[in-house]
Design a protein around this ligand. Sequence first.
Ligand code: ZN
Length: 345
Amino acid sequence: MRATTWMALALGGFGACLGAALTQQRTEPAPQTPQPGQHTYHAPDEVDKKAIRPLPPVRAPEGFGETAFAHVRTLVGFGPRYSGQPGWTQQLDHIEATCKELGLEVRRDTWTDRKELLTFSNVSAVIPGKRKERILLACHHDTKCTKGHPDPANNFHFVGANDGASGVAVLLALAPLLQAAKFEATIELVFFDGEESLDWKWNDAARALFGSRRYVKKHRDAELTGETTRIAAMILLDMVGRTDLHLQDETYSTKDLRQILWSAAVALGHDKHVFQRAESAADDHKPFLDVGIPAIDLIDLNGNPHWHKPTDTIENMSPASLQVVADLVLTMLPEVERQYVLARR
Ligand SMILES: [Zn+2]
């Protein structure tokens, strides 16, 4: 066991994009810049890689990666995209317009957090199926605020090409494919705001995950009055476009969904991009897990040297990675639908 591995074990995990619960238990600060291959924390409950389900591989059409990459370019061109920035408004309009062009019903939920006095907007777009139960495909659209932090090292120009734009781009590019696929389940694309921690370092879930916490609360309230349908499962994409793409075995995620992701990776021959390392990362799937909704986070955080750095730019991203992630999602979805929606008929 290497020293870095030991340290990660001792600290209970490396600080995630929103490394939440783990970070709270730290007794000393972890290094802020993970190097590739370092911090390879293997959790005791990682997936059984021998338990592979035979899933039919489904591949995104050739050129998908380029289409998604064009969205990344557009979003990055808007500049920083957190609440109050001009790019924040431009991005919301871009998401909404792209979904509306496809004829999707789009909802924008805008609210002001009373404590932080910040305005946030979640956007969701519905691809109706024969059944009302929903599978959520989600991402966050906000970028980390890199202004006004006490440590000058944390103040720099940041465009969040991977951390923010990649997930949005894949969802937008997947939307027409999901429409054409005609799932029985309803697919809801959700673009959360306020995922990023307002403090530079994650230290309290109350100052992050604003959009997903809001979404889950509204969902629960609507359930009480019978005004909404069941969320069967949630698939979250966060930081999915790095050239050296590696999706970690994110151990908060529902284990069965992780087995489906691993099986999809094997079926597609994409396994070198998946689960070479295991580590938890608190993210927008947590509020769903907290209320018992099965959820998985496809996230490339462990060992990502560009996380919350000025180098999170399109130069360090690749259309091929976006294509791989689309393949994974498209291969997972029929199995998720079969197991979490159709099997409950
Ligand atoms: Zn982030």
